[in-house]
Write a protein that binds this ligand. Structure first.
Ligand code: NDP
Length: 604
């Protein structure tokens, strides 16, 4: 194993970070509202007018993505059948409803990413399923569990209010609905509010433009995964090179007359190795309980301190986790990495971060023909500072003669004109601009939700969470009776397989509600003491936070290099690894007394 010139790498990383720092931090972005509202509209389904609802349901859940689908499914399995799901989209699917850009696919192996495979009997076609198949699976779950029946789609919740007299929630929506629910829940995704770069001139562009999460197939042609015929005679710009762009650039590369990829920070692009799932192989492994075994194995491989005996998935994610556990101290000079080792528990992790980046650079040299373009595509930041991407065709797309990488030297696009995109004083005239500029992270959860629930005594959730999210297990909030969250913050944040976290949270919600209904309890609420005790175990690793702030290139992990803020992604449970957290939840449910929750019967 060769020794790395660690000092040189750290110097280069610091220089790249310095280039990207800007005083406006997260304020540089704008929402798809106001003058950008046209980019936020649903291009996939027309809104159908309907009468407002004034009725009552047992459980109302806001969000029709995997959180809502699994909560609905587990509630129904537990015998709570009167469930209503509300979503702003025209169908179920959440992130998979909105994100339909060409090439969209899951980054976690389908066998553990897609929930309820055993229950629905569905076998994914590929190791990393593409978006249309995932969206179809969402619809399959909704159909199997009769969730369409009572759903309110193309509907946004505007207010949620608890009434201590009736012991019911009132749900108000932008369709004039005002109905009551005994229980409410919400799971809105943590990367679901699209944002645009606040580049001057966006509204002045005379061509066509849209956000990648609102892909306009009417303009580009072919929603079914074939060639994008509408782009054949078009010069197209894509702004951003994150996970979205990495997946759609290879498709745009061969479809457009010319493609201009505007890059501020290059992404780490790891090996994907996608392949079909062989049904015969699957039939051999799919013995009863297979999906839970695979989920647990994946969670253990990703986050357990000890290397598990078996790695069922064995992909770039789990290989990286494995490399972190191998002792490679001989390959680094301790003095060189003192600062990083304060964050990463072992020198082997430091080495792995740097050595993996070395491999990433070597892969770029191997795949990109033009040496100058290859240099520009090399990321120079510490591996854990940004979300890793996975693709086997992205880098080679830059070998297509009509694809141009326009690197902005860390500064971003300067401005948009009626004719095109300007970088460092040069205008690139285009017919279409695709904004692959990401989603809001780190802003207030209630601001992103679009409603601010009023709990006991009218106290708003934003007040209770003024200093950050507070819960028991990421699910229960004191002062908000009969309300449940299905999301990772202050809960199972430590696995990259978000659907695993959501499924464990959904199972807890269903178990608690079924218990309350079965026991004739009208109200269930976490005690202040239980919430405080749980929050005593929750918190981001201080060393990691300091590292993110001081050493990482700006991005959504570190609030664009500014103050990390109260709502960062890293409010995580420090005392458990992912599997440990799930086992803790399972045991908590299995006891049947749901420690920390108070159940109240009528008249008490
Ligand atoms: P990201 O936030 O990851 O990327 C946004 C991109 O826009 C970045 O490259 C950013 O550059 C760039 N950008 C922002 N402002 C400017 C500007 N002024 N000029 C030029 N470029 C600019 O968004 P994505 O939609 O790509 O991904 C968001 C997240 O969604 C992912 O990290 C991932 O968690 C998830 N996702 C998951 C997928 C999956 O699992 N299959 C697929 C797609 C997304 P810079 O880096 O410099 O800020």
């Amino acid at each position: 194993m060769s020794r790395l010139d660690v000092s040189k790498i750290l110097e280069k990383n610091a220089a790249e970070r310095a280039k990207r720092l800007r005083p406006d931090g997260s304020e540089q972005y704008v929402r798809l509202s106001g003058e950008f509202a046209h980019m936020g509209r649903d291009p996939f389904a027309d809104r159908v007018e309907r009468e407002p609802r004034r009725d009552h349901v047992t459980f109302a859940f806001i969000g029709g993505g995997f959180a809502g689908l699994m909560t609905g499914a587990y509630l129904k399995e537990a015998g709570v059948t009167d469930v209503r799901i509300i979503d702003t989209g025209g169908d179920f699917g959440g992130t998979w409803y909105w994100n339909r850009y060409p090439g969209v696919q899951c980054d976690i192996a389908s066998l553990v990413y897609l929930p309820l495979l055993e229950e629905t009997g569905y076998v994914p076609s590929e190791w990393y399923a593409h978006g249309p198949e995932i969206l179809e699976h969402c619809q399959r779950i909704a159909k199997q569990y009769d969730l369409y029946e009572n759903a309110l789609l193309h509907t946004g919740v505007t207010d949620l209010r608890w009434d201590d007299t009736t012991r019911l929630w009132t749900v108000c929506t932008d369709r004039g609905d005002e109905f009551t629910a005994q229980f409410v829940g919400w799971g809105l995704g943590h990367l679901s509010v699209p944002k645009l770069p606040g580049i001057p001139g966006i509204p002045s562009f005379a061509g066509h433009s849209f956000h990648a999460s609102r892909w306009d197939y009417a303009y580009t042609g072919d929603p079914a995964g074939g060639p994008l015929d509408g782009l054949r005679d078009k010069r197209v710009a894509i702004i951003g090179t994150g996970a979205t762009a990495v997946q759609c650039v290879p498709h745009l590369a061969t479809a457009c007359q010319e493609l201009f990829v505007f890059q501020r920070t290059p992404s780490v692009v790891e090996v994907r190795n996608n392949r079909p799932i062989d049904p015969e192989w699957f039939a051999r492994i799919a013995t009863p309980g297979w999906q839970q075994r695979w989920l647990d194995n994946h969670a253990a491989n990703m986050t357990a301190a000890e290397q598990p005996a078996e790695d069922l998935i064995n992909d770039s994610w789990t290989t990286l986790a494995k490399r972190m556990r191998i002792d490679q101290q001989a390959a680094v000079d301790e003095a060189d990495v003192a600062r990083m080792s304060a964050v990463n528990a072992t020198l082997s992790q430091v080495y792995t971060n740097l050595a993996t980046m070395n491999d990433i650079h070597a892969r770029i040299d191997e795949m990109v023909e033009d040496p100058r373009t290859a240099e520009l595509l090399k990321p120079w930041y510490h591996l854990p500072c940004k979300r890793i991407t996975f693709h086997d065709e992205y880098l080679a797309a830059f070998n297509v003669p009509t694809v141009h990488l326009i690197d902005t030297d860390g500064q971003g696009v300067e401005r948009i004109t009626p004719r095109g995109v300007v970088v460092a004083g040069t205008e690139y005239p285009v017919d279409c601009i695709v904004y692959a500029s990401g989603f809001e992270v780190g802003t207030t959860p209630t601001g992103r939700a679009g409603f601010d629930p009023a709990g006991r005594d009218g106290k708003r959730l934003s007040e209770h969470w003024a200093d950050g999210i507070r819960t028991l297990h990421g699910i229960h909030v004191h002062g908000f009776p009969n309300a449940f969250l299905v999301q990772p913050s202050t809960g199972g944040m430590r696995t990259s397989n978000l659907t695993h976290t959501l499924s464990e949270a959904a199972k807890s919600v269903a178990a608690v509600v079924a218990h309350a209904v079965g026991a004739g309890a009208e109200v269930v609420e976490v005690t202040r003491h239980a919430e405080d005790a749980w929050m005593g175990q929750v918190g981001a690793n201080e060393g990691w936070l300091a590292f993110l702030g001081a050493d990482c290139t700006p991005g959504y992990f570190n609030n664009e290099g500014g103050d990390i803020g109260a709502y960062s992604l890293f409010e995580t449970v420090t005392t458990f690894d992912a599997l440990g957290f799930f086992e803790h939840l399972q045991q908590w449910r299995a006891t049947g007394d749901f420690a920390g929750l108070a159940f109240t019967r009528p008249g008490t």
